[in-house]
Design a protein around this ligand. Structure first.
Ligand SMILES: [Zn+2]
Length: 511
């Protein structure tokens, strides 16, 4: 029996009262593509997403609506759950911080750190931004307002438990320095290195000003600070404090994928909590950039928040998945524009990929009645095509390992272009006119369909429905579509029946 390789990746848990927008969709889809790719490479994947449900903001919003905080959370969590379903997201677990399994984990990690003497009771006073649930020091404020959201802050003083984060400064620094891939991309790593070098302060990790949260073990006047609570989701979903089973199989996490706005929480707070609790650190944290819309920052007041449900209804799920991962290098900021989206759909999907599949299958249907011929001897042009595919599959693999999704798609599209060029150069319609060229025609069409098979396998993590369509056109079963076992050239069986493909992507008409 072979032991399966394990891979664990997470999205951040999203704030339950937010309305899901393109930024949430982007993070989650990037994780989904990676999860699907790893599965195709034979890994057993644990893919976690979920919602962050505690805190003063949810409590206030619920009271304003005459609901309990849990009633509100139960109602609005569906917005995320239904969107992930619509976007074909293949997460294996959905954690909600209001769940009992999560509470047990948070209280346990708190107890462990406290038992080691690294949590103490003190008094906290600083400038507090209620919407952000964050304390700011005087020097952080911008004209007295919150530097993150620009809203007014108020001076608050309360008894609070503190985490001795300062004690772990050097240990964290050493870890970041010894593990170049721990924080990615590199610019983010440098940002955190200089932040940590400036010195870490102890962190207030409890509040007494609201009650919707997880109580401090042994002192339920105090609610555990939202970030201490939220970050623990990554291990509570694995069954921690039970350290057998999923926790043993999947922790430490391979990658936490996050937006760059929550980098510090994931690369300073979370690792120091884990160090203090004596638990291994995640292998890497990857922070991606932000989306602007038609060149402008997304904001509710500009009414330009892109609603993912609407995009999927209008353009189809695979087109949206493709666009978001293709348009921008993962890690940098990107711009969402309808023109760019329509251009990608028409040019890359309808034209390049769609036409390749439809004209190849149409020729096979016309010249061989849809039955795949046995290839004859390979000519140089055939060998070039085959070799390019074989090489490029390794290139794509390295790019996927580096989470360079846009580069991987570019590489796959080089194969699409190569196959289209192969059609033009080998001119099957001319070969078809000469009965003496029948075997040559068969070889060309076999090679084309074989290329399409591999392209289908490679696009599947990005566009699962399209990959499945290509597979069914070629008559492949699910057992034939596992990339790890089927990424070599020449696996299509001569004599098998190939269906004539309907257009995979209709062109979008523009004015
Ligand atoms: Zn704020």
């Amino acid at each position: 029996m072979t032991v399966k390789k394990h891979f664990y990746l997470t999205t951040p848990i999203y704030y339950v009262n937010d309305v899901p927008h393109i930024g949430h969709a982007y993070t989650t889809l990037a994780c989904d593509v990676l999860a699907r790719y790893k599965r195709a490479r034979g890994f057993e994947v644990s893919f976690l997403t979920g919602t962050d449900e505690h805190g003063q903001k949810v409590e206030k919003a619920a009271h304003a609506k005459g609901e309990t905080p849990l009633e509100l959370a139960d109602r609005v969590v569906k917005r995320f759950q239904s969107l992930w379903e619509k976007l074909n997201v293949s997460h294996t677990d959905f954690i909600r911080t209001s769940q009992e399994r999560h509470k047990l984990a948070v209280q346990e990690i708190f107890r462990r750190i406290e038992a080691k003497g690294d949590i103490y009771l003190g008094e906290y006073e600083d400038w507090y931004c209620t919407p952000c649930e964050t304390y700011w020091t005087e020097t952080n404020l911008l004209d007295g307002n919150c530097p993150d959201c620009g809203r007014p802050t108020e001076k608050l003083k309360e008894a609070s438990y503190f985490f001795r984060m300062s004690k772990f400064q050097n240990q964290l620094l050493e870890h970041i320095e010894a593990n170049p891939d721990f924080i990615q991309p590199k610019t983010r790593r440098n940002e955190i290195l200089s932040f940590v070098r400036e010195g870490l302060r102890d962190l207030s990790i409890s509040r007494t000003t609201f009650s919707w949260g997880i109580p401090v073990p042994g002192n339920d006047q105090h609610i555990i600070y939202v970030w201490f609570d939220a970050l623990t989701n990554y291990i509570s979903a694995l069954g921690f404090p039970n350290e057998d089973g999923d926790f043993a199989d999947f922790w430490p996490c391979d990658v936490h994928v996050i937006g760059k706005d929550i980098l510090r929480f994931h690369t300073v707070y979370w690792p120091t909590f884990l160090l203090a609790a004596g638990l291994p650190l995640p292998k890497s944290v990857f922070a991606h950039g932000w989306w602007t819309v038609e060149g402008q920052k997304m904001s509710k007041s500009l009414a330009n928040v892109v609603e993912p449900n609407m995009l999927v209804d209008k353009y189809g799920v695979d087109a949206i998945r493709y666009f978001l991962l293709r348009e921008v290098p993962f890690g940098l900021d990107g711009d969402f524009s309808h023109n760019a989206l329509v251009h990608r759909i028409n040019s890359d999907l309808a034209n390049d990929l769609g036409n390749l599949v439809s004209r190849s299958t149409a020729m096979l249907s016309k010249y061989f009645n849809g039955s795949l011929p046995t290839p004859g001897e390979l000519e140089e042009i055939d060998c070039d095509l085959r070799d390019k595919f074989v090489r490029q599959i390794d290139v794509v693999d390295a790019q996927m390992e580096a989470l360079a999704f846009n580069k991987a798609l570019q590489s796959i599209w080089e194969l699409v272009s190569a196959a289209n060029k192969y059609i033009d150069e080998s001119a099957p319609w001319t070969l078809a006119k000469d009965p003496a060229q029948q075997q040559r025609l068969g070889t060309v069409l076999y090679n084309l369909l074989e290329g399409i098979r591999l392209i289908g396998l490679l696009v599947t993590p990005f566009m699962p429905d399209t990959g499945a369509s290509i597979g069914s056109i070629l008559g492949l079963g699910p057992e034939d579509q596992l990339l790890e076992e089927h990424d070599s050239w020449g696996l299509l069986k001569p004599g098998s029946t190939v269906a004539k493909a309907a257009p995979l992507f209709p062109r979008i008409e523009t004015e």
